[in-house]
Structure formats: structure tokens, C-alpha cells
Design a protein around this ligand. Structure first.
Ligand code: HEC
Ligand code: HEC
Length: 194
């Protein structure tokens, strides 16, 4: 087959392209196999630390999204997780046996917002006044500010959401600790574009 000048160029270009793809492919493979490294880097810069504790996941994820400890400071968790407070937890009984309560408390305190290097935890801490002890993440200034533009009909009056507390109804990557705007999809509404 005789190639025109253009054809030759095209052929060479394709070869280079192929070579590049093979190179990229071999680079991408080890990264994909060790997703944790890349995820970790991205998460620290953009998110909150994901929950890595099975007991917490199970006990504190049965009624609602298991909120990452990095959303609140130690003093908030201390209050929320006292045995007395758990008996009347936002109108529900979330009592735990004492050894589970202690194990969950230890986990949560060690990973509370002031001990986290993750961006969103730092923002939460920054938004609190001295001594302010929020019992809700949704009460913090940071989270309120981020959601104040969303109309009621998309949250409280939206049967598929019901409350701003249901983070994972809208934040599709919430479980991984990624709350970036571009991963938000409000049920019955679609992707958020402000
Ligand atoms: C029996 C059900 C139940 C269990 C178990 C439970 N919760 Fe809750 N939790 C609730 C309800 C109900 C609310 C209020 C939700 C709302 O207002 O929409 C709530 C709210 C919260 C909030 C505030 C969310 C916000 O609005 O920012 C936090 C934090 C929280 N729970 C932490 C925990 C932790 C930690 C555990 C595990 C020890 C736990 N919950 C277990 C029912 C439960
Ligand atoms: C009704 C859907 C909905 C729920 C429920 C919800 N969010 Fe959001 N969230 C949004 C939208 C939409 C935005 C983007 C708002 C904007 O940019 O104006 C957002 C933004 C954010 C941001 C800032 C993202 C960025 O890129 O700056 C954070 C952090 C966040 N949400 C955390 C939470 C947490 C934590 C919860 C649960 C306690 C929660 N959200 C519940 C819809 C929701």
C-alpha cells in the first residue's frame, strides 16, 4: 500500500498515540491496584477521613448515615455519646452496652475534627466559636453556609431527602468522605449546578 504524505503522518501519529496509551496504561495499573494511596491524597486535600471502624459503622450507621468523626470536635462527641445522652438521642433511644459505648467513644475522640489533617475538618473547626459545642453537624456555621442556597422544597419537603442530616441522600460519595460539590445529586432534582 502506498501512503500519501498525509497518510504517513497519520500513521506515525497513530503509532505514537498507541505507544503513549501503552505507557499510560502501565502507569495506571499499579495506581489502580493500590487505590488507597491516590484516594488518600485526594481525600486529605478535599474531604473528611472515611469511617474505618466496623463497630461504629454498624451501631451508628443503622438509623442514619454514619457521620465521620471528623465533622465535630471532641467536646461535641463527648456530649453526644454520654450514656445519658444516648438514651434520648434526638428523640430516639440509641443506648449502647458500656463496652461498645467506650470503644466507639475512643474511636470517635481519636478521630475528632481537631485531630484530623483533612480539609473539611479544619474548616469545621475554623467555623466554631470558642467553646461552642454543636450537637449537630448541620448546626455548624460551615455546613449551614454551604447549604443555605438550597430551597426547602429540595430538602425538608423532598420525600426522598427529608432532612439535611441525610448527607448521603445527596452526596453520592459521602461514605468515602468526599463531599465535593460536583458529586452532589439531589434526588428528584439532579446534579447541582450553582
Ligand atoms: C435509633 C436510631 C439512631 C441510632 C442507633 C443513632 N442515631 Fe444518631 N440520630 C438519630 C436521629 C433520629 C437523628 C436526628 C436526624 C434528623 O434530625 O434528621 C440523629 C442525629 C444524629 C446526629 C446529628 C446529625 C446532624 O443533623 O448533624 C449525630 C452527630 C448522630 N446522630 C450521631 C450518632 C452516633 C455517633 C451514633 C452511634 C452511637 C448514632 N447517632 C446512632 C437516630 C439514631
Ligand atoms: C439536599 C441535599 C443535600 C444534603 C442532604 C446534604 N448536602 Fe451538602 N451539599 C449539597 C449541595 C447542593 C451542595 C453545594 C452547595 C453550593 O455549592 O451552593 C452541598 C455542599 C456541601 C459541602 C461543600 C462542598 C464544596 O465543594 O465546597 C459540604 C462540606 C457538605 N455539603 C457536607 C454535607 C454534610 C456533612 C451533610 C450531612 C450532614 C450534607 N452536606 C447534606 C446538598 C446536600
Amino acid at each position: 500500500m502506498v501512503w500519501t504524505k498525509d497518510g504517513e503522518n497519520m500513521n506515525t501519529k497513530l503509532k505514537y498515540k498507541g505507544l503513549l496509551l501503552v505507557l499510560l496504561g502501565s502507569l495506571a495499573l499499579p495506581v489502580a491496584a493500590d487505590e488507597g494511596w491516590l484516594d488518600g491524597l485526594f481525600a486529605r486535600k478535599n474531604g473528611v477521613a472515611a469511617v474505618k471502624n466496623a463497630l461504629y459503622q454498624e451501631e451508628c450507621g443503622s438509623c442514619h448515615f454514619p457521620y465521620q468523626p471528623g465533622w465535630l470536635p471532641e467536646r461535641s462527641w463527648q456530649r453526644l455519646l454520654s450514656s445519658k445522652a444516648l438514651e434520648d438521642h434526638f428523640g430516639e433511644n440509641a443506648e449502647l452496652d458500656e463496652s461498645d459505648r467506650q470503644a466507639i467513644l475512643d474511636y470517635v475522640l481519636a478521630n475528632a475534627a481537631e485531630h484530623s489533617g483533612y480539609k473539611r475538618s479544619k474548616k469545621i473547626m475554623h467555623s466554631l466559636r470558642d467553646g461552642e459545642t454543636p450537637l449537630r453537624i448541620t448546626e455548624t456555621r460551615y455546613i449551614r453556609r454551604k447549604h443555605h442556597e438550597i430551597p426547602r422544597r429540595l430538602i425538608e419537603d423532598n420525600p426522598k431527602v427529608g432532612s439535611l442530616s441525610n448527607c448521603d441522600s445527596c452526596h453520592t460519595e459521602a461514605a468515602r468522605g468526599n463531599f465535593d460539590e460536583d458529586t452532589v445529586r439531589i434526588p428528584g432534582y439532579g446534579y447541582w449546578d450553582d
